[in-house]
Design a protein around this ligand. Sequence first.
Ligand code: B4P
Length: 188
Amino acid sequence: MKYVVLFGPPGSGKGTQSENIIKKYGYGHISTGDVLRAEMANNTELGKTAKDYIEAGKLVPDSLIIDMLAKTMDSFADAKGVIFDGFPRTVAQAVALKDMLAQRGADVSVMLNLIVEEQELINRLIERGKTSGRSDDNLETIKKRLDTYNEQTSPVIDFYKEDGKLANIQGMGSIEDIFASICVELDK
Ligand code: B4P
């Protein structure tokens, strides 16, 4: 089974390309952002906690995210592959994922790192904010999310580089062209 980490800054196209991968490869999918938004919509305890972090452009604490992910891992037992979309976002999460997979005799197959210029990220998220209704898609929060990414999330790239799993993907250009580059990596 392939375990694929789909990685990149906010607005780099993780959710967009996950949909394409699911359609073509039939992999299972977990987006920590989607799960958190569902928890927020249902006003659960986790959702109420997550809301404050998300609206401040910060990361939800590792312990909550790791527990959340651990609960879903076994639901993928029969899948052909699994896409981790927006997870891990810290080195501690990357270590936790490695441990969770090792307990199942598995490991991450590849980390797809979507590379997109900062101004393009801002433009995409402002554009998405016009229709998404997402409380974190406004300029002030977008800038904080990018700072959070640069400080806490980008070190995850080195973690996977050292582990021999890093595949850089040019994330600027058409959704189709970017997906074609992703397929080259997944078909290896
Ligand atoms: P996420 O839901 O993961 O969202 P994202 O990073 O904003 O977006 P993504 O990269 O998926 O972009 P998309 O494809 O939609 O996270 C939200 C928040 O949840 C985080 O800020 C954090 O607070 C919290 N969170 C989530 N996971 C966490 C974790 N593991 N630990 C702690 N906290 C966590 O693309 C964006 C837009 O660009 C779309 O409108 C799309 O149509 C457009 N687009 C995509 N590709 C394009 C292209 N090639 N050209 C032009 N436009 C494109």
